[in-house]
Design a binder for this molecule. Structure first.
Ligand SMILES: Cc1cc2nc3c(=O)[nH]c(=O)nc-3n(C[C@H](O)[C@H](O)[C@H](O)COP(=O)(O)OP(=O)(O)OC[C@H]3O[C@@H](n4cnc5c(N)ncnc54)[C@H](O)[C@@H]3O)c2cc1C
Length: 384
């Protein structure tokens, strides 16, 4: 799947215009009020952004991962929260597209591409985040249904989304434990499924991150991804490759926005009779920031290209997510320093970038776990 330069440029120019005209003027207000941006989401639906990589045969735009990453980068330059509703949604789409039955693809993908069904991944639990194998949500089969019991936490799109791929244990005794994990699509309105609370967050505000509860929740057995039990662990891990590329691209976008604010400010603000951009201390900060962002960007688009070539990309996606998110954390703090006290005020966007950055370090697998994944792959690759 490769998108022509012409189509990519058209899509990116559309997204840039949207960010400039519709997002930037209102982002700060939505963010402080922690309000879900319904109007912006409607525009994103019209632009086809809920079906970026969904194949055209299922009503999506069928764009490649390079374009996908660029869209996430551009949106994040405006307001990173806007990537939330489409990020985890594409992880769900990826799982259905790669592993779903034809019936599941027909039922979900075209409605997902239109944004009529908006979804997410429900993996994390109160007692199990990094330790995915230790999840305790269960699904027991009863005739043509699965009965789900358990709680999921930190679920993006939890309130406004209407379909989730839920990681459950269909076998609690099997060893190793990951062989007992299965993925089941759960739709809102299913008996026994409720949203318990919307979480109050440091950043990434406006987007709904929720606790989901399943109490004897009845789901048709045909919603088991691919119709095979015990494959959920690898289905989720593989789909998270696209998630890591989207997180890396968000980090590049937020870091770029912070850097651009800082370099503009440095050429206006004066101290000791000169613009602060004349001080070498500030110049060194700007050079370090720009160099790190460039490196993060190269890693991100290298991982996206691997995905476009259909090659295994877990190593590259992990490295991109790890490096870009750490750079984003560093750059947003450095940019705040360039703005001095003003960077600490809510009147400037820098403090929002600074609050948004840690999400990229923690989400889609923490960076500590990312390093373990990278090391595992390297040891396989260089095994003697
Ligand atoms: C805003 C937000 C949105 C999210 N959206 C979703 C979502 O849509 N769907 C979803 O399923 N999840 C989501 N998450 C959850 C996220 O993926 C988890 O928070 C993350 O995987 C970490 O899990 P945890 O919070 O339980 O931390 P823990 O696993 O308890 O980790 C705590 C600390 O210990 C470290 N640690 C744990 N194990 C090891 C180890 N073996 N070696 C070294 N260090 C280790 C971790 O790196 C971390 O520093 C979201 C989280 C946030 C904050």
């Amino acid at each position: 799947m490769n998108t022509t330069d012409e189509i990519r440029n058209q899509v990116i120019s559309l997204v840039r215009n949207f960010v400039k005209k519709d997002v930037l003027p209102v982002a700060r207000k939505y963010e402080y009020e922690d309000n879900y941006p319904h109007e912006l989401i409607e525009k994103m639906k019209e632009m086809g952004l809920f079906g970026i990589t969904i194949p055209e045969s299922y009503g999506g735009m069928g764009l490649d991962y390079t374009t996908f990453a660029t869209i996430f980068e551009e949106l994040s330059k405006g307001w990173m929260s806007l990537t939330g509703p489409i990020g985890t949604h594409h992880v769900l789409a990826n799982i259905i597209e790669r592993y779903g039955t034809e019936n599941q693809k027909q039922r979900f993908l075209s409605k997902m591409a239109e944004g009529e069904i908006r979804g997410g991944l429900a993996l994390t639990e109160p007692g199990a985040g990094s330790d995915v194998q230790n999840i305790s949500t269960t699904a027991s089969k009863s005739n043509d249904k699965y009965i789900l019991n358990g709680t999921k936490l930190f679920i993006t799109n939890g309130f406004y989304g209407n379909a989730f791929v839920v990681a459950t244990k269909t076998d609690t005794k099997i060893k190793p434990a990951y062989k007992g994990i299965s993925c089941i699509i759960v739709e809102k309105g299913s008996p026994g499924f409720s949203v318990a609370q919307k979480l109050d967050k440091l950043g990434y505000r406006g987007v709904d991150t929720c606790e989901l509860i399943f109490e004897n929740c009845e789901i048709p057995a045909e919603n088991l991804i691919g119709g095979i039990e015990g494959k959920g662990f690898s289905q989720v891990l593989n789909a998270l490759e696209s998630g890591r590329v989207n997180i890396a691209a968000r980090a590049v976008g937020v870091a770029t926005a912070a850097f651009e604010s800082a370099i503009k400010y440095a050429q206006k603000r004066e101290s000791f009779g000169v613009k602060i951009s004349k001080h070498q201390a500030i110049q060194i900060k700007l050079a370090d920031m720009a160099t790190k962002i460039k490196a993060a960007k190269l890693l991100t688009y290298d991982a996206a290209l691997k995905m476009d070539l259909g090659e295994r990309s877990d190593l590259e996606a992990g490295m991109a997510k790890l490096f870009a998110s750490e750079v984003c954390g560093e750059v947003t703090l450095e940019a705040m320093r360039v703005l001095g006290g003003y960077g600490y005020l809510k009147d400037f966007d820098i403090e929002r970038y600074y609050r948004d950055a840690p999400l990229m370090i923690i989400g889609e697998g923490t960076n500590e776990i990312q390093k373990l994944v990278i090391a595992k792959r390297l040891l396989e690759k260089y095994s003697i």
